[in-house]
Design a protein around this ligand. Structure first.
Ligand code: AMP
Ligand code: ZN
Length: 489
C-alpha cells in the first residue's frame, strides 16, 4: 500500500502507477535555473515541488539519483534561436566575465535553496562543463539524418523527424498548427524551416561565450544540454523528468526529439510539470517585473508585500496547493499560512510533552494510512496538510484531557507527525535557527522560574512573569503534563 505511488504523467496525460526501470533505483532529472539573475519566488516554487518529489521517493524507500543542472550557456534572450545569450548580456552590462555572472548567481541560487530547506541534488552538472558531449550528440543526430549544417550552425530538422516520429508528443501540439503559428522565413535565415531549432550556433564576432566545434567556433543550443546531461548521468532511458509547465514547449519537446534523433529512444517514462506561481493571475517572471526575491520576501521590503514572511511560512503557503495547480500570491494567503504553520509547530511542541495513559481513545493507523494515501495520489501535499491538522486536533484534545492515548499510539503519533512534517514536507523547526534555540531555551527558563515561584507561593514573582509575558503576547498554557507557550500576534 505504501508503495502504490501514482503520478500525473504529462506525456500520457494520465495518472499512472509509478514503476521505476530498475527498482529500488530511481533516476530523476529536473531543469535547473539559468544563472543570469537572482531567482524569484516563482522559480522557488518549481524547485520546491521537485524537492517534495525527491523527498517522498526517498521516504518510501527508493534510492534516488537526482540530477538538476545549471544552465550557464545557450539560453538566449527571448528563449529562441536569435539574440544575445542571457549570461553574456548580463556580463557586458556589469562589465565582468560571463563565468563571474554564473558563479555569482549559482551561489545566490544555492543560498536560496538552503533558505527554503530545499535539498541538494545528487549531481548538479553545468552546460559549459559538457560542451564535448553536446558536440558528440549533434554528430549522432546529423549521422541519423535529423539535423543539417548551415553556415557554421547546425539545426534540428523538425519536419524530417516528424515524418517518422511524433514531434509534439509531449505538448500535444500538432505540426500543422505549429506551422501555421510560426513566422515565414525571410530568405536570409539559415534554417530550412521556421520550426527547426538550433543545436549549434556559430558565434558572431561580438559573442563572448564560444567553443571550437567541427562546424564553427560557436556555442550549443539551449535544449541540447538537458538531453546530454540526463543521458550521461541517468542513461538513455530514465524514470522522471521535471520542470516548470512553461518548459514543456519547446524546451522539453525538443529534448525528446534530440534524444530520439540521436539514439532512437524516448528518454523519459514519467514527465512531471509544476505549475506557475502567479501574481494577480499573471505568471511571476523577471520580464514582467512582478517578481520578488526571497530576501525581499523575508524582509518585507517590496511593494507587493505588506510585511516580511519567514521561509517556512512561504513553504507552507506553497505546499497548501497542489504542484499541478497555479498558485496566486497574496498577502492574505501568506498571513493565513503563517497562522496555520504556527499552529502545526505548536502542536508538535505539545506532542513532545504528552504522557501516555492506560487506555487509548485515539488510534493512529487510520491517520497514517490517509497521510500515505495523500502523497501516493500524485504528491498531494494540500490533502496531506489537512490530515496533519487532524493530527493537531488529536494532539490538542489529548492535551486538554478530552481524549486519551496509550503508549503504542503515542509513539506512532510522534513518528507520523515528525516524519510527514519534517522528512516529507521538509519543514524545519524555525527554532533550529540560532535565534529560535535561544528563545526556546529562555522560555523554558522563564517557565521553570514561574513554576518554582508558584510552588514557593511567591505570588509577586509569578504574577510579574505572567503579566510581562502577556504584554509580549506570549501565552502560557498549563496542563497536567506541564506548561507550554505560544506567541500570538
Ligand atoms: P529559468 O531560470 O527561467 O530557466 O527557470 C527556472 C525554473 O523556474 C524553470 O523550471 C521554470 O519553469 C520555473 N519558473 C519560472 N517562472 C516560474 C513561476 N512564475 N512559477 C513557477 N515556476 C517558474
Ligand atoms: Zn532543461
Amino acid at each position: 500500500m505504501q508503495n502504490q505511488l501514482f503520478i500525473q504523467n504529462s506525456l500520457t496525460r494520465k495518472k499512472e502507477l509509478f514503476k521505476p526501470i530498475s527498482e529500488p533505483n530511481v533516476g530523476m532529472y529536473v531543469c535547473g535555473p539559468t544563472v543570469y539573475s537572482d531567482v524569484h519566488l516563482g522559480n522557488v516554487r518549481t524547485f520546491l515541488s521537485f524537492d517534495i518529489v525527491f523527498r517522498y521517493l526517498k521516504f518510501i524507500g527508493y534510492k534516488v539519483r537526482y540530477v538538476r543542472n545549471i544552465t550557464d550557456v545557450g539560453h538566449l534572450v527571448g528563449d529562441g534561436d536569435e539574440g544575445e545569450d542571457k549570461i553574456a548580456k548580463k556580463a557586458k552590462l556589469d562589465n565582468i566575465e560571463p563565468m563571474e555572472v554564473v558563479q555569482k548567481y549559482t551561489n545566490g541560487f544555492h543560498s536560496v535553496m538552503r533558505l527554503f530547506n530545499i535539498q541538494d541534488p545528487s549531481i548538479e552538472p553545468s552546460a559549459t562543463g559538457h560542451i564535448m558531449e553536446q558536440i558528440e550528440m549533434i554528430q549522432e543526430i546529423i549521422k541519423n539524418g535529423f539535423a543539417y549544417e548551415s553556415n557554421g550552425s547546425v539545426y534540428f530538422d523538425v519536419k524530417k523527424y516528424n515524418a517518422t516520429h511524433d514531434y509534439g508528443t509531449l505538448s500535444g501540439r500538432n505540426i500543422e498548427d505549429l506551422i501555421s503559428n510560426t513566422r515565414e522565413l525571410d530568405g536570409q535565415s539559415e534554417k530550412r524551416d521556421s520550426l527547426d531549432f538550433a543545436l549549434w550556433k556559430k558565434a558572431d564576432p561580438h559573442h563572448l561565450m564560444r567553443w571550437n566545434s567541427p562546424w564553427s567556433v560557436g556555442f550549443p543550443g539551449w535544449h541540447l544540454e538537458c538531453s546530454v546531461m540526463s543521458t550521461k548521468y541517468l542513461g538513455e532511458k530514465f524514470d522522471i523528468h521535471g520542470g516548470g509547465m512553461d518548459l514543456k514547449f519547446p524546451h522539453h519537446e525538443c529534448e525528446i526529439a534530440q534524444n530520439v534523433g540521436s539514439n532512437g529512444k524516448s528518454p523519459v517514462n514519467y514527465w512531471i510539470h509544476g505549475n506557475m506561481l502567479t501574481v494577480n493571475g499573471k505568471k511571476m517572471s523577471k520580464s514582467e517585473d512582478n517578481g520578488f526575491t526571497p530576501e525581499e520576501l523575508v524582509t518585507g521590503n517590496h511593494k507587493l508585500l505588506e510585511k516580511g514572511y519567514s521561509p517556512m511560512t512561504v513553504r507552507f503557503f506553497m505546499l497548501q496547493s497542489h504542484y499541478g495547480s497555479t498558485l496566486d500570491f497574496s498577502n492574505e494567503a501568506l498571513q493565513a499560512a503563517e497562522k496555520g504553520y504556527k499552529k502545526l509547530v505548536n502542536a508538535l511542541k505539545t506532542l513532545k510533552k504528552l504522557k501516555p495513559s492506560e487506555n487509548s481513545s485515539v488510534h493512529v493507523t487510520e491517520l497514517k494510512n490517509k497521510c500515505y494515501a495523500a502523497m501516493n495520489d500524485d504528491f498531494n501535499t494540500p490533502i496531506l496538510i489537512s490530515h496533519l491538522f487532524e493530527g493537531v486536533k488529536i494532539i490538542n484534545s489529548i492535551h486538554d484531557g478530552s481524549a486519551s492515548i496509550n503508549d503504542e499510539n503515542l509513539i506512532g503519533l510522534n513518528k507520523l507527525m515528525d516524519e510527514f512534517t519534517y522528512d516529507v514536507l521538509g519543514f524545519t523547526t524555525e527554532s533550529s535557527s540560532s535565534d529560535g534555540n535561544v528563545l526556546d531555551g529562555l522560555m523554558e527558563l522563564v517557565i521553570d522560574l514561574r513554576k518554582q515561584s508558584r510552588e514557593d507561593k511567591n505570588w509577586s514573582v509569578s504574577d510579574k512573569i505572567r503579566d510581562q509575558l502577556a504584554q509580549l503576547n506570549i501565552k502560557i498554557n498549563d496542563s497536567k503534563e506541564g506548561s507550554t507557550w505560544n506567541h500570538e500576534e
